[in-house]
Design a protein around this ligand. Structure first.
Ligand SMILES: *Cc1c(COP(=O)(O)O)cnc(C)c1O
Length: 339
């Protein structure tokens, strides 16, 4: 089932080689290793992401160098990347946050100019499309997907690395499997590797999920549309941006930002009391305690990411939601937005 899952996933994205792994984090780790990352290297990335997109650099004693985000798409602000390049810069790791494609044309041009590798974190963006119609992951870079239960599709735990060449895929596949080269037996190891394998049982779930992917993505889009309708009159909220510049977002979460003068945490608490689970989403990575300790980051370093992080609420979002559920959340939110 593993081979079949990899083959069908690669066919789905198109023009790539796919290697299934035990999680999105494991995939990101192997992807940056495949770029020959070394201790002391700097990798430019976004502070507004799930923490593992930066942690994988720490696994290799390299340094995530953050730049601030675009206030509308919430993706890395490509205008700020050149200013973060130093003699130690080796790569760029953009994250397609909340399923909205990052500007890979701009990232690719910067990478060419400064001789940097690119690894894409598409853990929230399976099914998203660039303006030329290509799926995220199909623009020639190592790309990583995640299959945790909250993602667009799931294998329980799991992930996938897609690679533009068979050589890169082979390298990732070898390190996933204890450093066993494809032509080696169980006790032959030609490099340092990990146990980052996806089980066959999980792969079978992946095959079945892939069959339903289009339907699940369509349903998520429909639910997002209901939220947009229900919440469009709320002047105290900023809704997720519409698809910009011809891209197609893949709906992963429905995250709203409350206005500056609304108490976000009190709003979440009031929702909770009405039986509705909502979360601050996402906290800025550079302000996590161990990042502050390691690198001396402080509030104010990345003001756009910090402002968004302090005002964001992820509302309930999953395919079983019905229109009436969404209306109920919207009514509860209306009662909960307080200064
Ligand atoms: C989910 C996610 C990951 C990987 O998560 P795992 O739990 O390791 O599968 C990485 N980056 C982002 C942005 C994610 O949302």
């Amino acid at each position: 089932m593993l081979k079949r899952f990899e083959r069908e996933f690669a066919q789905h994205v198109g023009d790539v080689h796919a290697v299934a792994v035990s999680s999105g984090t494991a995939g990101l780790h192997l992807a940056i290793r495949a770029c020959a990352i070394e201790p002391g290297d700097e990798v430019i990335t976004t502070p507004f992401s799930f923490i593992s997109s930066a942690n994988v650099m720490l696994f290799e004693r390299a340094k995530p160098v953050f730049v601030d985000i675009d206030p509308v798409t919430l993706n890395i602000d490509t205008n700020l990347i050149a200013g973060a390049v130093t003699g130690k810069s080796r790569g760029i790791l953009p994250v397609h946050i909340f399923g909205h494609p990052a500007d890979m044309e701009a990232v690719g041009a910067l990478a060419d100019d400064h001789d940097l590798w690119v690894v894409e974190d598409a853990c929230e963006a399976l099914g998203a499309r660039h303006s030329d119609g290509r799926l995220v992951g199909n623009t020639g870079n190592l790309t990583v997907y995640g299959f945790y239960p909250n993602k667009q599709m799931t294998t329980g735990e799991g992930g996938m690395v897609t690679a533009p060449t068979a050589e890169l895929a082979e390298l990732v596949g070898c390190e996933r499997n204890q450093g066993r080269a494809a032509d080696m037996g169980w006790l032959g190891h030609n490099r340092l590797g990990f146990n980052y394998r996806l089980s066959d049982v999980a792969a079978a779930i992946g095959v079945a999920q892939l069959e339903r992917l289009e339907a699940m993505l369509a349903r998520r889009g429909e639910i997002a549309g209901w939220y947009r309708e229900e919440l469009s009159g709320q002047t105290d909220l900023t809704l997720p941006c519409e698809d910009l510049g011809g891209v197609t977002r893949s709906w992963f979460v429905f995250v709203v930002q409350v206005a500056e003068d609304v108490d976000r945490d009190a709003t979440i608490e009031r929702l909770r009391k009405q039986g509705i689970s909502a979360k601050p989403y996402l906290p800025a990575i550079h302000l996590q305690p161990f990042y502050r300790e390691l690198f001396g980051y402080r509030p104010g370093d990345f003001p756009v990411a910090e402002s968004v992080a302090s005002r964001s609420i992820a509302l309930p979002f999953y395919t079983a939601l019905e229109r009436e559920d969404v209306a109920r959340v919207a009514r509860a939110l209306d009662r909960s937005l307080v200064p």
